[in-house]
Design a protein around this ligand. Sequence first.
Ligand SMILES: [Zn+2]
Ligand SMILES: [Zn+2]
Ligand SMILES: [Zn+2]
Ligand SMILES: [Zn+2]
Length: 673
Amino acid sequence: MATTRAATFSAKIRTLTDFHTRISCNQQPPSNAEIITTLRYFQQTLIGFLKDVPSNNSTLFEKFVADSQRTSQYPNLNYSGLFYGIVNLLDVFPIITSGQTAIAEAILDTLKALYFFLDRECVDQLPYLLASQLGTFPAELDKKIVQLLCDCILPYSTSDDAFGGLSVPVVLMLVLQHPSDPGLHSWLLESLMSRRENVYHDLLSVIAKGTSEARISAVNLLFHYWPLINPQILHRKPIQYRVHGWSPVPCQNTMCTEKGPSIKRSYDPVACAKYGDTSPPMSICKGCFDQIETDQPLYFICQPMPASHSVVCQNKGCEASNRIAVGTCFAEDCIRAHQHVPLRLCQECFTHLHANPGAEAHRRHSGMTCVWNTILERDMIEAVVKLLKETSASLEGIEGEGKRPKWLRQLEGGQSLGRDIDSMSDERRMLSRYGIWLMAALCPPAPEAPSHAIGYIMSMLFQWFSTTALLPNDSMGAALEQLKTDFASDWMNLAISNHYEVFVTILMPDLPEYAQVGGAWDKFSSKKDQMKDGLSKMLALMPYDVISFETWNRVIPKWLRAISDDIEDEDLPELKILLCKIFEPDLCPLPFETNKVYEFISSRLLKGNYEETLDALDWLHLLCRMDITMSLNMVFDMFIECLKRLPDLNFPIKNEENDLEEDPGPLAVQVVM
Ligand SMILES: [Zn+2]
Ligand SMILES: [Zn+2]
Ligand SMILES: [Zn+2]
Ligand SMILES: [Zn+2]
């Protein structure tokens, strides 16, 4: 009998494997009924085996344990063969032309029946395999996929013996970038939070490394579950993305008539097979749980948290003076009296309720105050930079679009159309506000902050100042401008006073590698483009009075030298506009007198050695060629003083072969009036 069973099982796996070939080569492709019958066979067989697993082994279904303990519970068959048969079927799934929903549903049911029989290698692949079906399977199955992940596969594969935990960030990203139903996002997140530490870090890594779509959901959820305690941030207006509550799955007891929302979960394999025709776990509603015959414990399911923002402590006995919620507890003991909804707690209750040894292990989450020297540092910095980039990137995109000739844009109509209907474009454009808030609240530019990190953020921040400087004064432009005065300026001023040398470095034409971020650095760009970006950054900062005389005097000579050394004559006009704005005496927003603006030239002419004098004349020449207006009196005064010193300057011995025409030197200075 056993051999027959094994033989049938193997034969069916061959059938399944053949489906792959028959579908991909389109040779006698199997009918939908054929595929579904085969999958149902596996499902029934596997659930049949589960009926013989003793009930008291129910904990084996909660978390993966190394093989020996589990494999003795069922016949030894080629389960990994079945697993890879399904993987192959998933491979050709997109080319199945009709009845996709029923097949997809059968695949999900079979995977749920199968997970318990798989070895670690297969179990580790399950979370990613499932999550990557979002967008491939028909949309009506999105909920079922997320349910299988949340209730079964993620908890099971995240054990000491399996590595499912490693796929959490990528699973999060796949779910969060799938826009169908934001309720699925909060479902997955709360499910993870109820079982796992450091979900904050998981979300942060999605913001730092994920796609733009995933970043939108992730950052909104981050601020929802870990609010930053600042009135302007707490009471922010949503743009497009809204956090949605989720609803618990309906009762899975096949005999249940109400199909009410489930409140408990059973892992008893016999009860699950008997009442739910499924492998554990099975979720049960209020009306059913006392009718289920099982000697195994039923677990309460954490109920959905409200999607509205609750920022006040939810502990009934709270007597704290500051009742702003700072953390959330998911443990049964804490949430029992709260209809099993996770509890938001103020600092006092959060500490107080967990001060006894029994409560230390409560699964709970709270935000952070400062990121430096924590495990989150790297991802936080990257998250801030990526969020700032989102706004810059989408604005630069528009700018680029405008410059293209109209006929070209019309020709490319198909492509730009796709961008126009980007349903989250406003949200993307406003993502930088989250970056600014995270930066201001959690990355304070204190003296002990790592200077490279400050420099990296600063460089991107300046790029953000530069791309947002020219926004129209609509609501979005006004909101971003407000961020500068409310948050960014303070941060910048503190960063400048605590990390002054970094600040000066960031303003220089030759950026160190850590500061090469955003704008031209994210594209294939020429030296000229990089310089244009640098000058634009400086120009954008000028209205904020952060460029002092000292800074100017150090930075601007480096710029003029770099321009005269590295920029071809025909490229000068492009830089000219920016330089003119920077030097423009009427608009000049530099917080010091005009004669100080040119002090870097006059000091060299008056006191410099031969090389410095030559530099000064060279820069003067460059400024003239750029049509930068300066007072003739000032220039004459400088010249007169310089001429008086001429006899004292040590001229180097001239090499006769030096071609004077190539190196016009001081002879060629011309003043344009
Ligand atoms: Zn979908
Ligand atoms: Zn029920
Ligand atoms: Zn409280
Ligand atoms: Zn607790």
